[in-house]
Design a protein. Structure first.
Length: 164
């Protein structure tokens, strides 16, 4: 049996690698294939060629692994360097600080409506009831707050002037 494994190992591994695209998965699928072959050798029809039967088992192992991979949440492979997130974190903190500063410079009604909508995640109707003002007024205040924030953040150089 060892001779058989040595003879076909390269072909099985090659098929598994082409199907799975990852060395570790291909090695595992190759090993699983030969385990299945040993367990099910009594089912092989000696009047037929051995290699197609073997490669069919390998293909089935790979398809099973691919199906499991699709059901699993995404994973990060260690083949690629992990990007340093510290720059984005610093930018996010800077933006949050700038937002807090600029929010303090707009009209109180605009700020209250804006914060209830964006931070408290209240709908316009809830904000209208909470502030005891008409629904249209709430929508106007939130819109004006956004517009003022954008203008002021652009003036401070936090946002670019491009309208994309």
């Amino acid at each position: 049996m060892g001779e058989l494994i040595q003879r076909f190992r390269g072909r099985v591994y090659g098929l598994c690698y082409r199907m799975l695209g990852q060395r570790e998965d291909a090695e595992d699928a190759t090993q699983e294939t030969f385990v299945r072959v040993v367990r099910n050798l009594h089912r092989w029809d000696p009047t037929r060629a051995f290699e197609p039967w073997l490669l069919t088992i390998a293909g089935n192992r790979c398809r099973t692994r691919l199906a499991k991979r699709m059901r699993r949440p995404g994973t990060i492979t260690l083949d690629y360097p992990i990007e340093d997130q510290s720059v984005q974190i610093r930018r996010g903190k800077l933006l949050a600080e700038e937002m807090e500063h600029v929010l303090g410079t707009i009209r109180q009604e605009y700020r209250d409506a804006f914060l209830l909508f964006h931070k408290q995640e209240m709908c316009y109707n809830e904000i209208s009831e909470s502030l005891d003002v008409p629904l249209g007024t709430v929508k106007t205040w939130v819109h004006r707050a956004r517009r003022e924030l954008i203008v002021k953040l652009r003036k401070r150089g936090v946002l670019s002037d491009s309208k994309s």
